[in-house]
Design a protein around this ligand. Structure first.
Ligand SMILES: Cc1cc2nc3c(=O)[nH]c(=O)nc-3n(C[C@H](O)[C@H](O)[C@H](O)COP(=O)(O)OP(=O)(O)OC[C@H]3O[C@@H](n4cnc5c(N)ncnc54)[C@H](O)[C@@H]3O)c2cc1C
Length: 231
């Protein structure tokens, strides 16, 4: 039996190598999408041709998304708790996660490789500041993460239950979850999360997911590239 915290072989790293996302499983292909769109004619094809690519582009362009829902991906994601919080707002995914009520093993904490400054014009956003002298602060974050783990272990050693002890763990704690989503909703996620409005940390995962799924949906990727998006 393999461990959930170990990244799948095909994983793509995120967050300076501290996080990752891997593809666990997938269902369907671009041929599935065009076959689903033409299902009312009762004809199925085995391979994509040029007309199918035109149809695929038409479906995406016109937000005729139900045929995309026949393609499904399952990912394993290793990310900080605060990224997981943003991710789980996407209600159209199905999720399962390691529970800290059951286990205290393999605990890891994210230490940001670089700190950003608070944006003054937008209270939700940050700005990259290459000259920000953040070395000492990053060391303090690392020490704080370690201290919280020591305290957590002290609570467990004193007999406190895991479900209460976990309350003291910081948002930088790494979690691992599985998420399953159909392509229509995944494209919506990618539009929102690989965006300059999204936080850098979750954007890293959206970019990684694009790399993982591109081989399965090359023409979908090409469509978005033709609209100026990075894929
Ligand atoms: C840059 C950014 C900043 C954000 N800031 C905040 C913030 O400050 N505070 C905050 O609370 N959230 C914030 N969010 C989260 C945001 O409001 C959404 O919850 C999140 O992006 C998920 O989007 P969604 O609901 O479209 O996705 P999903 O939940 O995957 O839903 C996909 C689509 O399905 C439909 N749908 C799903 N569930 C329902 C439903 N119950 N009723 C009707 N239609 C439904 C909608 O059309 C929806 O667009 C932010 C998101 C982004 C990208």
């Amino acid at each position: 039996m393999s461990k959930l915290n170990v990244p799948p072989e095909n994983h793509v790293k995120a967050l300076d190598g501290q996080g990752w996302v891997g593809l666990i499983d997938h269902l369907g292909s671009e041929t599935t999408i065009v076959n689903a769109a033409r299902v009312s004619f009762g004809r199925l094809k085995d391979n994509m041709d040029e007309r199918d690519v035109i149809l695929l582009n038409y479906l995406i362009e016109n937000k005729h998304t139900s045929p995309l829902e026949h393609v499904v991906f399952t990912f394993s994601v290793h990310c900080p708790l605060f990224v997981r919080g943003q991710w789980h707002r996407h209600r159209t995914w199905s999720y399962n996660e390691i529970s800290r009520r059951y286990t205290e093993i393999d605990m890891e904490f994210y230490t940001p490789p670089k700190l950003r400054k608070q944006a003054e014009s937008n209270r939700q956003a940050s700005i990259s500041s290459p000259d920000f002298q953040d070395g000492e602060l990053i060391k303090k974050i690392e020490a704080f993460n370690k201290k919280s783990l020591d305290f957590y272990e002290e609570l467990l050693a004193s007999g406190v239950c895991r479900e209460q002890a976990r309350g003291i763990l910081p948002q930088n704690m790494m979690v691992t979850f599985w998420g399953t989503v159909n392509l229509g909703n995944l494209l919506h996620f990618l539009e929102l999360r690989d965006s300059e409005h999204a936080q850098w940390e979750i954007r890293e995962y959206a970019i990684a997911i694009k790399k993982l799924i591109k081989p399965f949906i090359p023409n979908v990727a090409k469509y978005f590239q033709s609209k100026g998006q990075e894929w």
